[in-house]
Design a protein around this ligand. Structure first.
Ligand code: FMN
Length: 132
């Protein structure tokens, strides 16, 4: 395990005042910034809830999470997991994979859990997600 590789999983809800179109802006910003900072991951959105998993160098990931947590386009930010991650990334080909799900059922399962259980659930969801 490379000790500097770190990962974070959180969920939040789109702010009542934020237009749905802001999600496209978020993904665009994320793809540019994350690529430049060696961060990879996935953003899942179901029309109301966000789930995001980020992986990369610890300082870069934590710095980004601080700024994401303060972003007013979402509310009820809840960290579900953070910690060292395996050197082999889950999303090595994606500066920010994006999935819009129309069935919120799978995400509902991920909502109430934390820590390694949340990570296991995320891993089990990946094959079911139509990643774009
Ligand atoms: C749900 C959500 C996910 C986000 N994910 C990322 C991301 O992966 N990478 C990124 O650079 N910005 C992301 N952002 C945007 C950041 O919060 C912030 O706007 C961006 O880092 C620019 O910050 P600045 O305006 O303070 O420079 C996300 C925002 C939200 C609401």
């Amino acid at each position: 395990m490379n000790s500097n590789q770190y990962c974070v999983l959180y969920h939040s809800q789109i702010a009542p005042s934020a237009p749905i179109s802001c999600v496209a802006d978020i993904v665009k910003t994320a793809r540019g910034f994350n690529k430049d900072h060696d961060i990879t991951g996935i953003l899942v959105f179901d029309g109301q809830r966000f789930f995001q998993y980020l992986e990369g160098p610890k300082e870069a990931v934590m710095g980004l999470v601080v700024s994401i947590a303060q972003d007013r386009r979402h509310v009820q930010f809840r960290l579900q997991h953070q910690g060292p991650s395996a050197e082999e990334r889950m999303f090595r080909n994606w500066s920010m994979a994006y999935v819009l799900v129309d069935d919120s059922e799978p995400l509902a399962d991920l909502h109430g859990i934390e820590g390694e259980s949340a990570m296991d659930k995320l891993r089990s969801l990946i094959p079911m997600l139509d990643i774009a």
